[in-house]
Design a binder for this molecule. Structure first.
Ligand code: PXG
Length: 482
């Protein structure tokens, strides 16, 4: 036992009364001694000690020091219905008592998995070849994108075009952390660890107007030019070698990068011209985040495969999957025989029961509609006010997610020296003042629960302004402004 003051075998902190004070230091020591965290520098963690989250309700989470924080990130882009929803816990309990597990291999199914597949198909718009009747299940976004690679290659093999292997992703895209997921994504830091990308995956640049737009270029023109990078890449590789293009409707982990309206329709024109499959990775963007059940609808394109996870269960339990469009499903089913792929937890009955309860709750409370017509536009109006802040170059929203860029000089839009980590300075002020807001470089982002009231948006905006002011004062004091 690394720390005798806390035993993991008796009275785990999560089960102790919420009011009871917790020995944060003991938990941190135990954590540091035994737990390797995701995307964490453990030397740093050992000196600081992990932040210990203990409970949550609505849009707030509490840590072991009793600090209440407004969760502007819905956990990690997933708690769309907010915390403490009894319906989801009840669904899990009922299903665990009825059938806690059974596999979907060997010609077997279970009722929640089947009902959920039908429900998801009913929520995904489309016509003909470009409609969705089928779902493949996994337990995460990463696994789902591994499935996409397997499925896309199987599709082209079955069509007698095995040379169509290459999948094109985008720089600063995020598609997960498995070998295939991290390869499809375009995160340099991830590629640098583990010899990634794996063969036959390549990338084009992202449609980020702030960074990649030319002086005097309109956003609409930039969108066409950025989509054109896909056509150039296809021609460079040879169209008969290209299997698929994958992209997030709005890049989430990359910093809420919202493409110009011209971008996706032009991508559609290009993939259609060369017969290439289109994968829409909607792990963040589906289930209401952008005001639609599926985000391809918002941007007016028609994917062949759609990756989902996170919001399907509002993060209450792991579940992911792929919506398999008819173009692919018909080939797999009619010509395919056995598809040698699947996971122990594919179609997990408890996860699927929670997903059904989550979708039912979202429908009952019209959460998707209110993002589109009510709380989303309200956030857009309030967030736009930040454009007048002296530290902010661009503040923009899409549905119920938003991003702003912190700059050294508002007039010239000159950025800070990355060594100053101004985004992290701002993030520190946010947490210190009871707000979780993410920093991606110097781009600050939010994706709050879709249940937020107007008053809670106001409360969040007041915190954001306060933290921007504190950041401004700090960079001014440090002499970092132009
Ligand atoms: N695709 C997209 C678009 C995602 O956002 C994944 C796939 C992978 O999902 P899993 O369930 O395997 O994690 C994601 C996940 C961040 C951050 O820093 C974002 C994600 C995960 C971890 C961190 O914003 N998104």
């Amino acid at each position: 036992m690394s720390n005798p003051s806390f035993s993991p075998f008796i009275a785990p902190p999560a089960l102790v009364s919420r009011a009871q004070a917790m020995d944060t230091k003991a938990i941190q020591a135990l954590d540091s001694a035994h737990y390797i965290h995701s995307f964490t520098d453990h030397g740093d963690l050992a000196t600081r000690g992990a932040r210990v989250m203990t409970h949550a309700e609505g849009i707030y989470v509490w840590d072991s020091e009793g600090k209440k924080v407004l969760d502007g990130m819905s956990g990690l882009w997933c708690v769309n219905v907010g915390y403490g929803r009894k319906e989801l816990a009840d669904a899990a309990y009922q299903q665990m008592m009825t059938l806690p597990y059974y596999n979907s291999f060997f010609q077997t199914t279970n009722i929640p998995a089947t009902r959920l597949a039908a429900k998801l198909a009913s929520l995904a718009p489309g016509v003909g070849d470009r409609s969705f009747k089928h779902v493949f299940y996994s337990s995460s976004g990463s696994e789902s994108n591994d499935t996409n690679v397997r499925m896309v290659r199987r599709y082209w093999d079955l069509l007698g075009q095995p040379q169509r292997k290459t999948i094109i992703g985008r720089i600063n895209g995020y598609h997960g952390s498995t070998m295939a997921g991290a390869s499809l994504g375009g995160m340099g830091g991830m590629h640098a660890q583990g010899d990634l990308p794996i063969p036959n995956i390549t990338h084009i640049d992202q449609p980020y107007f702030f960074e990649n737009g030319l002086p005097g270029e309109s956003e609409a023109d930039f969108g066409m030019r950025a989509a054109g990078w896909l056509e150039s890449k296809i021609l460079e590789l040879g169209a008969d070698k290209v299997a698929a293009f994958i992209g997030e409707p709005v890049q989430g982990a990359g910093g809420v990068i919202i493409p110009p309206a011209t971008y996706w329709p032009e991508i559609q024109r290009i993939v259609d011209k060369y017969g290439i499959l289109l994968i829409s990775d909607e792990v963040i963007c589906a289930f209401g985040r952008l005001g639609h059940w599926f985000a391809y609808e918002k941007f007016g394109y028609k994917p062949d495969l759609v990756t989902f996870a996170k919001g399907v269960t509002s993060g209450y339990i792991p579940l992911g999957g792929v919506m398999v469009g008819n173009r692919v499903a018909e080939v797999l089913i009619e010509k395919g025989g056995e598809f040698n792929h699947g996971y122990t937890y594919s179609g997990h009955p408890v996860a699927c029961a929670v997903a059904l309860a989550n979708l039912e709750l979202m429908e009952r409370e019209n959460l998707v509609g209110r993002v589109k017509d009510d709380i989303g536009p309200y956030l857009a109006k309030r967030f736009a006010e930040l454009n007048s802040h002296p530290l902010v170059a661009v503040a923009e929203t899409c549905g119920f997610t938003a991003g702003l860029v912190l700059v050294r000089n508002k007039q010239t839009r000159e950025c800070f020296d990355p060594a100053f980590s101004v985004g992290m300075v701002c993030r520190g002020h946010c947490f210190g003042n009871g707000l979780i807001m993410r920093a991606v470089g110097d781009r600050m982002i939010i994706a709050p629960p879709l249940t937020m009231s107007h008053a809670q948006v106001d409360e969040m905006m007041a915190l954001i302004v306060k933290c921007l002011d504190l950041t401004y004062a700090e960079v001014q004091k440090n002499g970092w402004l132009a």
